[in-house]
Structure formats: structure tokens, C-alpha cells
Unconditional design. Structure first.
Length: 432
């Protein structure tokens, strides 16, 4: 097993070093590019490294520092961008041969524009599964063990950060595409409340769930990015010193490996020892039911958005994706409406039942990253995506063969700032 992980330090520490004149953005980007030279052949996170542009941006950031211009909150921080998100001047291929001949994007996606406004440096595009589906994996490998998947669909986003080729990255989540890769690669990540934040310039998959999120080494950096992008939304009071945390108990947990169960028990013990109140809570509709209804909604939507992919020559689109599109195209509107109504009813019931909790926790995956290129089982994450609330992933230890494990922390929709403060508090107890 060859471990290729690396951490450049926190966003806050880098920014403070800039202000003190101990470091400049050219140094940081050059360090990331050197790391790419060292490990990219093995990790294969990137589809486009825009090296010249990244260095030009870094030089401009350094000039502004020398001239004493006010710094944006992400000034000089290098980001990798999942290749379903537009960067002006670069093609967005969405991991599919069906888009190989697509021209460069005419404009940045809204989220990329927001990063630039905050001072971030955009390094290029990282791999995704095809159209951000479960299948059609890219060549990207897990930096902890290149025999294993980094997860998906935001495969390159998680791997680039874990390997130290970028300090942060953007991904998207429709099912489990931020939470699972973060857990598999031992980094922190965040998916905001579903359908919040603009998806202009993002290749759609299932619009009812598509949400942009981000990856960084540790939870503190997650919060730094949130506050940089939308300070009014995320700026809230610090979490109470004694949290009330719900541990979701459900039959689906039977799928968890022994080390996931042991790790969950260890996390609970640490939280209790730190003075937090931890109690078991139930998901009355059942997590498996939410998985099924989410799948119905997703496939109905892709069946209408991507019906034309079925007409392309064979080999241009993964067969598993075509099969899902076919199932969705055959689904009746009534079935879709019932799935949506079921999920909406579950959201009301579940968040009502869990109203006394500051946050709920559940393992981020059924086990460690599996061997091979399959992106892994998303079934632990999908129900929480369906429940629509913000979800943070916190690395919390090692499992089988020294591979990382992660915990999901979630709360009701539109409590993103409070959830991040609670996640920070939890991370201070359980992060390695």
C-alpha cells in the first residue's frame, strides 16, 4: 500500500502567513504544482491542470499583497473544480465521451465566480464519474491506497485535496457524491441545504437534489470557505458548549462493517466524555424507504433531462447510466409525484422528531474505500440527501488496513450555519 496523502496547512494559517509576509501565493501554487508532479501519475485526479493560468493568478495575488490591497477571505487559496462545473475558457466534459468535442465554457459557473471574488486561485478541472452518476468511474485513485477507489462522483475533488495537489476543491452532491469521497479519502467536506446556492454553470443531473459542496483537509477549513462565500448565511453564534446529538439507529446500519460499528461506538464515547449529551434517535419512515424514493425521483429527472443520450452511438455513454435513463423515461408522472410527496412527508416527520437535537450523526459509508474502481455504496448517505438538510463529513479515525473513516453530521434544512458550528465542536473531539 502506497500512501500519498499530504496537507499544506489550514486556510487560516496560510492567510495569516501571507499577511505577515512569510509566504506568498506563488509559493503556495508552486508547492501544489510540485505535488502534482510527484503524485498525479499515480492518483490521476486531474483532467485539466491549468498551470499557466494558476501561476498568473498567483502572481496577481502576490502583487496585490505587496501593494497592500484588501485581501478577500480566500485570497491566494488554490482550488480544484469538479468537471461538471464551468470554468470560463475550459471545456466541461462531465466525465463523458459524449462531451469530448464540447467547446470551452463561455463564462464561469456562479460558484466559481464567487470563489474568484473571494480571492481564490482556480487551478483547473478534476475528474468526475460520467455526468456525476454512480457508475462510469474515472481513472482517479485513492491517495491512501491507489488500489482503492476515492469514491464518487466527486472523485478527483476528494483525491486532489487528500493528496495535497490543491488546498480545497469543489464537488457536487445529488446522492452521496461529496460525503462518501470525503470519508474514503480522509478529508472534511460540506454539502449545504439542498437547492440552496446557484447551480448556474453546473451540468445538471437530478435538479431536485443537485447541490454544490466543497472539500478541504479539516472541518475548520470547511467553515472558512462557507464564511467567505456567504457570510450573512453562515455567520452564527458559536455552538453551545454542551450539544445534544442524536445517533440515528436504523436497520440499514446492519450493512456497516465491523470497523465502522466500532468507530461509531468510539465516536459516541468521545462525545460523551467531552460532556455532550448523546441519545439514540429513530428515522420513522426508515432509511431504506428514503433510498428507494430518492432513486425514483432521480431516475425520473435524468430520464427527461438526458433522454437524447440514448440516441448516441454505442460506447459513448456508460450502459448503467443509459439503463437508469431508460427506467426514468418509462416512469409515470404519478409515480414521481408520489415519491416526491413521500420524501416531503418524511422531511416533516423526521426533522420534527429530531427537533430537540443540535445535530444528528451517522457513519458516512458502510466501510472503508473498497478495492477497485467502483465508487462504493452510497446507501448510508442518500437518505440524508433526501432529507435535504446540510451535511458535514468529519474524518474520525482509521479502519481496515489503515484506511480512513468518516462521520456525517446533519441538521434540518436551512440551519447550515448552526450545523457548521456544531460540526466544528464535534470535530474538535473526534478529528485525528
Amino acid at each position: 500500500m502506497s500512501q500519498l496523502t499530504h496537507n499544506h496547512g489550514s486556510i487560516r494559517a496560510i492567510r495569516q502567513a501571507y499577511v505577515r509576509g512569510e509566504l506568498d501565493p506563488v509559493d503556495v501554487v508552486a508547492s501544489c504544482l510540485r505535488r502534482c508532479d510527484e503524485v498525479e501519475d499515480q492518483v490521476q485526479a486531474w483532467i485539466i491542470q491549468d498551470r499557466e493560468s494558476a501561476l498568473e493568478q498567483a502572481c496577481e495575488c502576490a502583487r496585490r499583497l505587496r501593494e497592500g490591497e484588501a485581501l478577500g477571505p480566500l485570497h491566494g487559496i488554490p482550488f480544484a473544480i469538479k468537471d461538471v462545473i464551468d470554468i470560463a475558457g475550459l471545456p466541461t466534459r462531465a466525465g463523458s465521451r459524449s462531451r469530448e468535442s464540447i467547446g470551452p465554457a463561455p463564462a464561469d459557473a456562479a460558484i466559481v465566480s464567487a470563489l474568484r471574488a473571494a480571492g481564490a486561485i482556480i487551478m483547473g478541472k478534476v475528474h468526475t464519474t460520467e455526468y456525476a452518476f454512480f457508475e462510469g468511474p474515472p481513472p482517479t485513485r485513492n491517495p491512501w491506497d491507489i488500489r482503492r477507489t476515492p469514491g464518487g462522483s466527486s472523485s478527483g475533488s476528494a483525491a486532489a485535496v487528500a493528496a495535497g495537489m490543491a488546498m480545497a476543491s469543489l464537488g457536487t452532491q445529488t446522492a452521496g457524491s461529496v460525503v462518501r469521497p470525503a470519508a474514503y479519502c480522509g478529508v472534511a467536506a460540506f454539502k449545504p441545504t439542498s437547492q440552496t446556492g446557484s447551480t448556474y454553470g453546473v451540468v445538471p443531473f437530478a435538479p431536485s437534489f443537485d447541490t454544490v459542496g466543497w472539500f478541504v483537509p479539516r472541518m475548520m477549513d470547511v467553515v472558512e470557505i462557507a464564511l467567505a462565500l456567504e457570510p450573512l448565511r453562515y455567520q452564527v453564534a458559536a455552538a453551545p458548549t454542551r450539544l445534544r446529538i442524536g445517533v440515528v439507529r436504523d436497520v440499514l446500519l446492519q450493512k456497516a462493517s465491523a470497523d465502522v460499528v466500532s468507530n461509531l461506538d468510539e465516536v459516541i464515547g468521545k462525545l460523551k466524555a467531552a460532556g455532550h449529551e448523546v441519545e439514540e434517535v429513530q428515522c420513522k419512515p426508515g432509511l431504506a424507504s428514503l433510498n428507494a424514493q430518492h432513486r425514483n425521483m432521480l431516475e425520473y429527472e435524468i430520464g427527461r433531462i438526458y433522454a437524447e443520450l440514448r440516441e448516441l452511438p454505442p460506447g459513448l455513454v456508460n450502459q448503467a447510466l443509459l439503463d437508469a435513463i431508460d427506467r426514468g423515461a418509462r416512469m409515470k408522472l404519478g409515480d414521481y409525484s408520489r415519491a416526491r410527496a413521500s420524501i416531503q412527508a418524511a422531511q416533516c416527520q423526521v426533522w420534527g422528531d429530531w427537533a430537540a437535537c443540535d445535530a444528528v450523526i451517522f457513519p458516512a459509508a458502510t466501510g472503508v474505500a473498497p478495492l477497485g474502481m467502483k465508487t462504493g455504496d452510497p446507501s448510508f448517505i442518500v437518505p440524508f440527501t433526501a432529507l435535504a438538510g446540510p451535511i458535514a463529513t468529519i474524518p474520525c479515525g482509521l479502519g481496515e488496513e489503515g484506511m480512513p473513516l468518516g462521520i456525517m453530521v446533519s441538521s434540518r434544512p436551512h440551519t447550515d450555519g448552526a450545523l457548521l458550528q456544531a460540526a466544528l465542536c464535534i470535530a474538535s473531539v473526534i478529528e485525528p
